[in-house]
Design a protein around this ligand. Structure first.
Ligand code: C2E
Ligand code: MG
Ligand code: MG
Length: 716
């Protein structure tokens, strides 16, 4: 309704303009007397504005008023509409056309050969001036009429060029795409060699086909072009018939697919696959020319912590930032790739020796050490970089990469934020670790590990209420190994997780066996820092706690101070969880790390074990004295480690220390000896034993491998 009244208003204004400015109508008056149909079409409003009497007849209209009122927009398809828009632009350039069109006056198809050109309306818009030359007989030339219609309305761009590449004809779809009406095919192609290739191809066969970039009205587009040799039906000269379809969408999608197959989506850097492809020609060239090149394995220090604490969005932005900086730092010919996670590889083809590569790596570290702000967080990035050189450190991509990775790993081990060049010694070290890890896993399967228990008697009466479980390895070739021989390496390699879980289960089982024999003994087990934070260990703890077999309240976990360092709220929550499961918690080797007494105040610690290094100096005012006083004040049980002499025990008695542990009483020993010790103590006590006698040597007839048992009285 609204549109209708708008049109009414528009026609009214046009009639009014006819009265006042007679320019258009004056010009048209001359056509009133022409015998062939002539009419003016308003493309914008899809209406005939004016027609001569022959035109009214063609349009099957009784008068001009009726024809003007006919809204033809419903009969005009979107393709025809866009063609008409194209004509409007062509008219602006002064072009006119002779084409065959089928009109539908009152729904009856009427095919005419007509000439049309532009006509300027009084309001400045461009309209269409049409003259019908002849009405064609539909029955006689049905096929040719249909083919003409198809050519006019198809979205396929069809054009005809002569041998000199001059445009002879372009259908409306082609005209819409072209920037200029008389462009040659060659000048429309972004790469002109494509034209020569097509012509070359046509010389040998009948058809040339390609997908090429073409300059169009909408900018550069991808067209699928098919060209065929033929003749111009008007002049008979040899011609090139070209059809084009816009395949930009398809091309871009497949380009994107190709891009992401060998690039990382986040940083847009080449990925590992791409690096593998690129490095092969680099290797071949270096081999042929006798050149060196270096491969840098770059890893962001503590990236996991950033990701875990500040979130993945910050982590992602950091990766993008680092990727950008790395790319800016290299020269043309060098190559940067993201291997995954926080690992990047740089191939430096322009730097020839170790020293230059290390200088470059250090510069990278300096650039990245400047603080960055992401989502309000100030981040200080440090890098661990491993370097391998071709050909000294390998002649294949895999070897160079593995060696640079090893060197990076060594850089991390020696404190991070550094660059390390690969050396064969590094490889040996790593091999040792790998071998150890494998043999630990195999040893666990083959039952090669066992536990010894070291009594922890009370200082006051030497009653053994607790023991510490200490691991030993019955190695098939190396004999029995003490904990120090493999625990540190097991911690580095990660094998410790399996070991500590086994120890906990074993110690709990032993505790239960003693309980079943009628003696309740507290057992403490060592937990490595790495283990403490692992999910698997948490699951083991829970399994032990939830099983009815064990008395969890009699199991103590010994943690070193390094476990307690870090984000205190998180650690406190973790420790509380363990305490809530029922386990006791001890700080082992206290005094060797940060020795922060706040741990005792802030965390639910049940015992503190003074490291044996403090047992050598027990003068008044010594460190051990201070430790005992503070523990007493905080209500934490205190255990002195490494007690080897009676004077040490005397001193501890004087300080009212709770428990002690050491060779003086007994070295680590087998489980059944612990029972013997406890039984014999009871017996002796019954026989008047004063409870302070060192009885360990009476019970341990044979020294146990991996312990340091010394004969009584050897200490001065
Ligand atoms: P730790 O937890 O401080 O264990 C005490 C160590 O001191 C034991 O060495 C024990 O044999 C030794 N020791 C006991 N009394 C004396 C003494 O009077 N004088 C001297 N010089 N040493 C004494 P061990 O069994 O060789 O264990 C060494 C370390 O290995 C342990 O220190 C502990 O940190 C670690 N460890 C032992 N077993 C395990 C385990 O199952 N898991 C983990 N994660 N670590 C373990
Ligand atoms: Mg311990
Ligand atoms: Mg200790």
């Amino acid at each position: 309704m609204a549109l209708h009244s708008l049109m009414e208003g528009y026609l009214l204004s046009l009639c009014q303009s006819c009265h006042h400015q007679t320019g258009l109508m004056d010009r048209l008056a001359a056509f009133e007397i022409i015998a062939s149909p002539v009419w003016v079409f308003d493309i914008d409003h899809c209406r005939v504005l004016w027609a001569n009497p022959a035109g009214l007849q063609l349009w099957n209209a009784k008068d001009l008023g009726e024809l003007r009122n006919r809204d033809m927009s419903a009969d005009i398809s979107p393709t025809v509409k866009s063609r008409l828009e194209q004509y409007k632009q062509d008219f602006e350039k002064g072009q006119s056309f002779s084409e065959i069109w089928t009109l539908y006056p009152k729904g009856r198809p009427t095919t005419i050969r007509c000439v049309f050109s532009g006509i300027r309306f009084d309001d400045g818009r461009m309209g269409m001036f049409n003259q019908s030359l002849e009405v064609l007989d539909r029955k006689e030339s049905a096929d040719s009429l249909r083919s003409i219609q198809a050519l006019l309305h198809t979205s396929v761009m069809i054009s005809l060029y002569d041998r000199q590449d001059r445009l002879l004809y372009a259908n409306p779809a082609a005209r819409q795409a072209y920037q200029d009406s008389d462009e040659s095919l060659c000048s429309r192609l972004v790469d002109p060699t494509v034209h020569a290739a097509m012509i070359g191809c046509l010389a040998t066969g009948g058809e040339a086909q390609c997908v090429a970039e073409v300059k169009t009205h909408q900018g550069v587009r991808w067209h699928e072009i098919v060209a065929r040799s033929g003749w111009d039906p008007v002049t008979g000269v040899a011609a090139l018939l070209v059809s084009e379809i816009d395949v930009t969408g398809r091309e871009e999608a497949s380009k994107k697919i190709r891009f992401f197959a060998d690039h990382d989506i986040l940083t847009k850097l080449p990925n590992r696959r791409h690096l593998e492809q690129e490095i092969l020609p680099m290797l071949a060239l270096a081999k042929a020319e006798g050149n060196q090149f270096s491969l840098l394995f770059v890893d962001i220090d503590r990236f996991k912590t950033i990701n875990d604490t500040l979130g993945h969005s910050v982590g992602d932005q950091l990766l993008v930032y680092v990727a950008k900086r790395l790319q800016q730092a290299v020269r043309p010919g060098d190559f940067v790739a993201r291997m995954g996670g926080d690992e990047f590889v740089i191939v430096l083809t322009t730097l020839k020796d170790h020293a230059a590569a290390v200088t470059f790596a250090d510069q990278l570290s300096t650039i990245l050490s400047r603080p960055i702000f992401i989502e309000g967080h100030e981040l200080n990035v440090t890098l661990s970089i491993g370097v391998s050189m071709y050909p000294q450190h390998g002649d294949s991509f895999e070897t160079l990469l593995r060696h640079a990775d090893m060197a990076m790993y060594a850089a991390k081990e020696s404190g991070r934020n550094r660059t390390q060049i690969f050396t064969p010694a590094l490889q040996r070290q790593l091999q040792l670790k790998v071998d150890l890890e494998t043999s630990i896993r195999r040893g666990l399967l083959d039952d090669e590990f066992f536990l010894l228990y070291q009594p922890r008697p009370r200082v006051a009466d030497n009653n053994v209420a607790s023991v510490e479980a200490l691991i030993r390895w019955n190695h098939p070739t190396k004999g029995t190994l003490g904990a120090d021989a493999f625990i540190p390496l097991a911690e580095e390699s990660g094998a410790i997780e399996a070991l500590d879980s086994w120890v906990l289960a074993q110690a709990a089982e032993q505790q239960k066996a003693w309980h079943d024999e009628g003696v309740d003994i507290n057992v403490s087990v060592n937990v490595s820092p790495r283990q403490f934070h692992s999910d698997r260990f948490a699951a083991t703890l829970e399994a032990v706690a939830k099983s009815n077999r064990y008395q969890v309240g009699s199991i103590e976990l010994e943690l070193t101070e390094s476990v307690l360092m870090g984000e205190s709220e998180e650690i406190a929550a973790c420790l509380r969880d363990v305490r809530n499961l029922g386990f006791n918690l001890a700080i082992d080797d206290f005094g060797t790390g940060y020795s922060n007494f706040a741990y005792l105040r802030d965390y639910p610690i049940t015992s503190l074990k003074i490291d044996r290094s403090f047992m050598g100096d027990l003068r008044p005012g010594c460190i051990a004295e201070g430790m005992i006083a503070i523990c007493r004040f905080l209500g934490v049980r205190i255990v002195a480690e490494g007690v080897e002499d009676d004077w040490q025990l005397d001193w501890l008695k004087h300080q009212a220390c709770d428990e002690y542990q050491g060779f003086y009483f007994c070295p680590p020993t087998e489980a059944h000896h612990i029972m013997d010790i406890i039984r014999s103590m009871k017996l002796r006590r019954g026989a008047g034993f004063d409870g302070t006698t060192n009885i360990s040597h009476l019970d341990l007839k044979n020294s146990i491998p991996g312990t340091r048992l010394r004969p009584r009285g050897s200490v001065a």
